[in-house]
Design a protein around this ligand. Structure first.
Ligand code: 6R9
Length: 648
């Protein structure tokens, strides 16, 4: 195959931390002697007690256990703040750009230290101690980072829930980890519209057993009126006035959990992905430095929300561990205008910009003019994450946004991996539009066929990892068996990502998307099972099957096949109601794009829904339906084809 290849620009290579030769030497060392490699690189963070042990990992089949730097003692907040105070106390740590362009805050490392200490004391006064779980349900305001770091300071474990999730989803996540304290805001503000965060928290708590939650701390964002339950709810500003800024950083072991993050899988309800302290921070910081070729003086902006792993690793922990200036944006790409991203780039002189293909595609549809109205001269490196970037979007990003000056790092990774696993390095890797290219140091991808046979050379198959890396998730909260089952049982002895990929003749990786029942809508992960269970919870729905289909803006759209209860007539009104129902049950990101009422679903004789067929119909790929003769009732397929819904 011929790919367009963009060579490493000389100017980029000249100042890069890693060039081609260094990449090769370090990569080989990291694979041949992982113990020695990570023993050295683990030193990039401060340890109260240095580790002597480094890599203690096993991917089974008998025992799955992952431990890094296990006898070391450290603290993440110390590493992200305190250790920078002497050298860069007055440097800006967080630039905050509000939804309204007139709203900006700049917080120095010294100020961040004070704010985190204060928040930590507010939590400590309410009984939060090492190992306790704290749920954070905040908009993109600096207090979100402050709350995360305050938990880390105490050794408490945070669970950030994306502000777009419904009360039901929030309730499940509060209960899942039994957190007794919630940090929220009165309201969020996005694109000029308010989001009723505190009201959602109240509704979530109302769904939980009595006395599940002791405290709700409410940050004032809009000043909107909210109900406050005496004895349980307190405004953060009032609570903060009663405490000092002094709060020592707890000494925690390297394997002490830092955070949980609920994520969707192919089965069941979302699971709490557990990340720990030492290895996670080393990996987040190291990938941030090398993948983005971060240098002193850079202004770095990742447009993700802190509700997702990208926000954890590449807005908060990686950049702050490196003493960087990280920009946090409250708004959306199209408000007040479609040029907002580029206006913010100019306003704050952003040099490294990291976003998702879905944002690029939506801005692309508005044309080049709004981009060209801005200078963007400060930009040096562009990044992409969340889903495969299609070559058209890549080219537009490269030519129009970066004016062919800025390498694009297409970073493949997952909530489970903690940090970037496959990506170009700006000074080392020639770019191929649409390819995530090469593994990061210590990462050993393998491509296997359905029988767990390793494929060599150019090939296509299932993407697995054969070696642990320090940022890897350690377990599923409260359910280690589910961890083993989900990631290490499909292909015994290896970590299975759930993604398919192609490896080309140069050894570059092309991620082709999920091969399981997880779909990726605008870069957000959704389990089809979750949407199905929301649909069947509706009193008029008897059965539902959900699949993804190609969507020009979102990457994938949600296509739901719904069978109604006997006697219920399909109607437009019911269709609308079901969409609203799912939004309410899970959140707006799970809204079905298309609903097809179907008298029956294609099932095998043993009663299994044949999703392959439903996927093909949703994709308009009727010729590829394959063998339908094993169906219990082959005639349902004709009805499904005849009544399929038109794609966007
Ligand atoms: C970081 C993040 C993970 C899934 C992953 C894959 C898809 C992410 C990608 C990509 C192709 C990339 N994905 N980055 N696919 N190229 N550069 O997104 O985590 O929300 O857990 O999603 O996203 O399918 O398995 P998460």
């Amino acid at each position: 195959m011929n790919h367009r290849i963009v060579a490493v620009p000389d100017a980029v290579r000249a100042r890069a931390h890693i060039d081609e030769a260094k990449y090769k030497a370090w990569y080989d060392a990291s694979i041949n002697d992982p113990e020695g490699f990570w023993r050295e690189h683990g030193k990039r963070i401060d340890w109260f007690k240095p580790y002597t042990r480094v890599k203690e990992t096993s991917f089974g089949p008998d025992n799955v256990s992952i431990r890094w730097f296990a006898d070391g003692i450290t603290n993440v907040a110390h590493n992200c703040i305190d250790r920078h105070l002497a050298s860069r106390g007055d440097q800006v740590a967080i630039i905050w750009e509000g939804d309204d362009p007139a709203d900006t805050r700049r917080i120095t490392y010294r100020e961040l230290h004070a704010q985190v200490g204060r928040m930590a004391n507010v939590l400590r006064n309410r009984g939060v101690a090492k190992g306790d779980r704290v749920t954070i349900y905040l908009p993109m305001i600096p207090e979100a980072a402050v709350a995360m770091l305050a938990c880390a300071r105490l050794g408490a474990i945070h669970s950030v829930v994306f502000g777009g999730f419904s009360p039901d989803s929030l309730a499940g996540r509060i209960q899942g980890c039994a957190s007794r304290l919630i940090i929220t805001a009165d309201e969020g503000l996005r694109g000029g519209r308010t989001v009723p965060l505190k009201a959602n928290v109240d509704a979530a708590i109302a769904r939980l057993p009595a006395d599940s939650v002791d405290h709700v701390i409410v940050v004032r964002r809009t000043g909107g009126a909210v109900a406050m339950e005496p004895g349980r709810d307190v405004y953060y500003d009032a609570a903060a006035r009663e405490v000092t800024e002094e709060c020592p950083a707890a000494h925690v072991e390297a394997e002490h959990p830092l955070f949980l993050l609920y994520t969707s899988g192919s089965t069941g309800q979302p699971k709490g992905v557990v990340h720990t302290t030492g290895g996670y921070l080393v990996y987040a910081a190291m990938t941030h430095q090398y993948v983005f070729d971060y240098h002193e003086g850079d202004v770095y902006w990742c447009t993700a929300d802190v509700g997702w792993v990208t926000g954890h690793s590449y807005i908060v922990y990686g950049p702050l561990a490196n003493g960087a200036t990280t920009l946090m944006f409250e708004g959306i790409p199209t408000y007040p205008s479609v040029a907002r991203f580029w206006e913010v780039v100019d306003k704050h002189q952003v040099s490294i910009f990291y976003t998702a293909p879905t944002a690029i595609r939506s801005l692309m549809s508005a044309g080049a003019e709004p981009v060209q109205r801005t200078s963007r001269a400060s930009l040096r490196i562009l990044g992409s994450v969340g889903e495969p970037i299609n070559p058209e979007a890549w080219e537009w990003y490269y030519r129009v946004v970066g004016e062919e000056r800025c390498p694009i790092v297409d970073t493949w990774w997952q909530t489970e991996t903690g940090g970037i696993l496959i990506s170009p390095l700006p000074g080392a890797t020639p770019l191929k539009p649409g390819s995530a290219t090469r593994p990061f140091f210590g990462v050993k991808p393998v491509v296997v066929d359905g029988d767990n046979r390793v494929l060599e050379g150019a090939c296509e198959g299932n993407l697995c990892l054969d070696e642990s890396w320090p940022g890897q998730m350690r377990t599923v909260w409260g359910d280690h068996a589910r961890f083993v089952q989900t990631y290490f049982s499909t292909f015994p002895g290896r970590y299975f990502s759930g993604d398919g990929c192609r490896r080309d003749e140069d050894g570059d990786y092309w991620i082709t998307g999920r091969v399981d029942d997880v779909i990726n809508v605008s870069g957000h992960r959704m389990g089809t099972a979750e949407v199905e269970s929301a649909l069947v919870a509706h009193p008029q729905v008897s059965e539902a099957a959900v699949v993804g289909y190609p969507h020009s803006l979102k990457g994938q759209g949600i296509y739901a096949y719904v069978t109604l209860m006997q006697g219920v007539e399909p109607s437009e009104a019911l269709r609308k109601e079901l969409v609203a129902w799912v939004r309410r049950e899970i959140g707006p990101i799970a809204s079905p794009d298309l609903i097809q009422f179907a008298p029956g679903l294609p099932k095998t004789r043993s009663g299994k829904i044949m999703r392959r067929i439903l996927r093909k119909i949703a994709e308009d790929d009727f010729a590829a339906l394959g063998d339908t003769s094993t169906l219990a009732d082959p005639a349902v397929v004709d009805d499904l084809i005849e009544n399929r819904q038109n794609r966007a």
